[in-house]
Ligand binder design. Sequence first.
Ligand code: BGC
Length: 758
Amino acid sequence: MMQSTEKLLERMTLEEKSTFVAGLNMWMTKGYDHHGIPPIHMYDGTNGIRKTSSDEEMGITTENMPATCYPTGSAIGSSWNVELLHEIGVALGVEGREMGVELLLGPGINMKRTPLGGRNFEYYSEDPVLSGELGAAFINGLQSQGVGASVKHFACNNQEYEKMVTSSEVDERTLREIYLAAFERIVKKSKPWTLMCSYNLLNGTYASENEHLLHDILRREWGYDGVVISDWTAVNDRIRGLKAGLDLEMPGPAAYNAKAIVEAVQNGSLEESTLNASVARLLELVRKTTTNTEAVQEQVSIDYHALARRAAAESIVLLKNDNQILPIQTEQVGSMAVIGRFAKQPRIQGAGSAEVTPTQIDIPWDEMQKIAGGAIEMTYAEGYPQDDRIDEQMIQESVALAAKADLAVLFVGQPAYAESEMHDLEGIDLPAHQVKLIQAVAAVQPRVIVLTSSGTALAMRPWVQHVPAVVHYWLTGQGSGSAIADILFGRVNPSGKLSETFPVKLSDNPSHMRIRGENGKLYYREGLFVGYRYYDRKELAPQFPFGHGLSYTTFSYSGLKAVQQVDGQVAVTFTIENTGTVHGQEVVQVYVHDEECKWVRPEKELKAFAKIALAPGEKKEVSFLLEERDFAYYNTKYNRWVAETGYFQILIGSSSRDIRLRERLNCDFGMEEVSFHKFSLLSDWISHPIARAILETCLAEMNEHVTDKVILNEDFIGFWGDFPTIKIFQMFGQTWLVDKSPDQLMEELIAQFDAQQQ
Ligand code: BGC
């Protein structure tokens, strides 16, 4: 049993405390036997455990201890299945305890600003509600087993290019609505034990010492009381970091910083209480890891590989399926050409710190043989070389096999070297040799099924129109081979939906003009318009929209009701029915459209979703409760979330571009609390009843002294509405304002308003 934090703080020396706030080595915190403080062991990663054989090693390019490799972030993000994420969290907690993991360095939830982000495969989505909900479920599962999470990378590390020296320049509204929103949801819904700050600077200050981010927002506004860990070597100025609330520097021991902390406390430039606050949070973390392990004694037995396989199947997205060519009917197909090296050497994950050494790998070719080898004659051609060469002979061999067969199945995708931590992708098109292969095969065989793999969006323009079916299987972990076979032959009905937009071409993406930082600054000029928010507003058709994914069955939606309750929440209900002939799961998506906001808002924003399983002919009523915050935007005039009273639409979609039901309703969120300043506009004054009354009284007095009188009718407001009210007095009140300046008059009006509003 550890002593109380207060006791330990009294007993630990300044030197001990200064050493405690950095790691012992690459993966551990420092333990103090004489104080009864054990060390903590932490390991990557985001889609499985990457535990090195020694705690002194980084282990990126070496094999690590075998562990279950689950679908990577973008894949599992496309499952839209909150229960599944919880289950994976639990499984990782159990496996983590077996492997001696107390903290798991994941999940990664950064937003996908550009499809070129080198670590996009680790992240769930381009949408904060989807990422936040999935992340929170995962963490709740993981932490229920006594293993802590480390949500990363906080914040705005959205690509790899010069990330350690680049400042993401992001306006406050965009920051809150897009880049921080998933972290906020996770902090509030799952209380992650730790959070990892990112390498980059945010608006000019390193995330690891950014007071606005780590203190004002994270701790003060969101009430986070867990531990903030640095990304590996992300610390710049350790004293500033402590002051901002960065508790643990990793890796350690960073003896130079322990020395600097002691000196800073001794010379008064760092309050000892600031150091104590970080030490206290770390002690609480150590306590949780030990206490919870004792609490979760029950050994749950989990078939990890079966879960990895099920998770893979839930993540795979059926993008296109003309004439129901899928699922493959074994009794109707005599022969099948399987083409592409990924069929035998699949890519199951991306590279870098998230790369897991899998316990086993299901090979698509083997799994297809197992299911249909007895009924269908399958032939194989490699299709393309490992490098980028276009090998005409390989293409011709594939074409010959495809022409002879009843059906061709093509395995293509981003090559392994393209997707890795430390560098961004160069493009989102398939390699030229694969494009050529698809086109050549499609020219001789109309029944072509293309299976694409990548951890980020793909552009498919040069070939997608020539093939009847496309299945995107992302990087789906060690169970992907069997999951693919299950889906191809209809043993599993696909239910994944895209967690990010697939544009027609890379240059359609809103970040395209500012992909790389210049001179240390990367401006997020597209602002709020990330992912579908941009394509919607720009009225630009993507190749496949956010939320898109087909099924082998069909669903009908009906009976939408959206009603605001007395407590202000909006209750949404509707019915969904499986109108096809096979069992299936549909991801229902609830978007909100604000009809009359004063500020620009995206056309629609995802606010809730659910994955519903239905037998053929089965119907279910689905309900959601939306909160005031679901209708709000971040107002930087008042620095808070504001939901404006007025008309909204609730949109129920099968994807962001396939809206099945729509209901308009007037929501009352009460009168907005406002404040005025010297240059507040006439339109601001008249839109608030109290302010308007004050202004009208004042104008009535002025009108008695001037010839050109101001009457606040429609015409006047229509013309002068965007004029600051002070300028109205300067324009029309010159002969009245003799003993009083316009500034003084405005001060009086504002004081009257403030007094009456209270
Ligand atoms: C990555 C983190 C990772 C850490 C430890 C860093 O390079 O950015 O995501 O957790 O290394 O491997």
